[in-house]
Design a protein around this ligand. Structure first.
Ligand code: MN
Length: 217
């Protein structure tokens, strides 16, 4: 006698949210990059881009956003750090966007004001799937470590574009260039942490009266 197939019962309490993670691999003639993110992580990081200062910044991003982050980048650093910096921003942004999916349940907005000694930086963002960057950050040094300071705007622009976020970064005041850029990454981290977090009061809805994020206002 054939046994009837076992019926799997749906448990009413088994509504555990899935872990929001993603992997992106990106290769061009200039760079080869692999990124893994877990938005619901604890801020673990394993970062190697070949640019020490950029590694230091991405580690801050992971630590203060609580997004687990693994980055492996190898690029044409014999030219300069431009391609590696920009492409790392693109790959990381793509991974965040992929992990967000249709962005159901997220808080969407985030803001942080970060002091570092004499420096104060304000970061506000909207994880709206509408990429935009406002960058009001100036440096008085051309380099930090081996990294050109002009590349930071490139990284933030690439990340905002690929992640689908409206991102405003403003250094209100500051003197030490290391503090200025580190406060920008920490501000992004804190604001991102708020914006991508699931709002338990509205966990099943896309946070827009349109019912969808992105497109025209
Ligand atoms: Mn530092």
């Amino acid at each position: 006698m054939n046994k009837p197939p076992a019926v799997k019962r749906k448990s009413a309490v088994a509504q555990i949210a899935p872990i929001r993670s993603a992997e992106v691999e990106r290769s061009t003639k200039e760079t080869s990059i692999a990124v893994r993110v877990n938005l619901d992580g604890t801020g673990d990081y394993d970062v190697s881009t070949g640019i020490g200062f950029l590694d230091h910044m991405l580690e801050q991003l992971a630590r203060h956003s609580l997004i687990d982050l693994r980055v492996r980048a190898s690029g044409d650093l014999h030219i300069d750090g431009h391609h590696t910096t920009e492409d790392t921003g693109i790959a990381l942004g793509e991974a965040v966007s992929k992990a967000l999916g249709d962005r159901t349940g997220i808080r969407r907005y985030g803001a942080a004001v970060i002091p570092m000694d004499e420096t104060l930086t304000r970061v506000t963002l909207d994880a709206s799937n509408r990429p935009y960057l406002i960058w009001k950050v100036a440096f008085t040094r051309a380099k930090l470590g081996e990294m050109d300071t002009e590349l930071f705007k490139e990284w933030f622009g690439a990340f905002a574009q690929a992640a689908g976020i409206t991102l405003h970064v403003e250094n209100v005041y500051g003197e030490n260039n290391h503090h200025i850029i580190e406060s920008c990454f920490k501000g992004l981290a804190r604001a991102l942490r708020q914006a991508v977090e699931i709002d338990p009061r509205k966990a099943d809805a896309v946070p827009s009266t349109k019912g969808v994020l992105g497109g025209s206002l």
